[in-house]
Design a protein around this ligand. Sequence first.
Ligand SMILES: [Zn+2]
Length: 306
Amino acid sequence: MSPADVVVALDVGGTGMKCALVRADGVVLHTERHPTDAGRGPDAVVDTVLGVAEGLAGKARADGLDPVAVGIAVPGVIDEERGIAVWSANVGFRDVPLRDLAHERLGLPTALGHDVRAGGLAEARLGAGREAGHVLFVAIGTGIAAAHVVDGTAATGAHGAAGEIGHILVRPGGPRCGCGRPGCLEAVSSASAIGRRYSELAAVPATAAEVADRAAAGEPLAVDVWREAVEALADGLATGQALYDVEAVVLGGGLTRAGARLLDPLRAALHERMTFHREPRLVAAALGDEAGCLGAALLALDSLEK
Ligand SMILES: [Zn+2]
């Protein structure tokens, strides 16, 4: 590839899109953010995604660069093989052949990926998991999802749904999960679940970040809610380690802004749960909310090598 070659990368979320022009060596030359306005319906969102991608390719050419491929990351269930966004509640996609649509509109080879898997790919190759061959990236925000990356490739699963560790059953009969079943990890330990649980018990609204602050200040109710969430998360990660046997678990997403208040007790709780398994290194993600976009760029670059 020539030094002027760039890929157009988009990470499409329910509220916004993070977009970039990225060189083959991973250097980001330009970034943009755009609203998704998912409420407008899937056709309008697809049109915006393609329009933004087209705009970025045009910007690249105007800057004397050569756009060679497009990478798009989307949440939900993604069939990466066929380039179809099978189901994405946040964005309103149902069986959208986004890869072919982008290819037709831009005339460039396009890769479609899952947002968390793309983020995990970027963290494993360029971020906090750089030194490790086997990485589990876990994003904890409104939900909990993960990506298992081995030697720079994220496993997709047979149906595009690998890594849904948010739906590991950790508390049978516990709080009802968005998927319909009670007691999933996500229903106990996601940022929204922590805020919801505390708000119910305290009868005042609070976010997970506020619960972390109050727990650190020693407020008994916040201490309990935080501890329950950390314990359940350790149960989920221990199951993850039993399945994947990784060197590093990289934690991303909004909840990790709690820093040591999350990582220290979680590390201790995970340590307690290890019997013969080797304990993974537990680290905070390094790339922030750009990870998904960088991962989309990596998917685009990888697709050129195939
Ligand atoms: Zn669930």
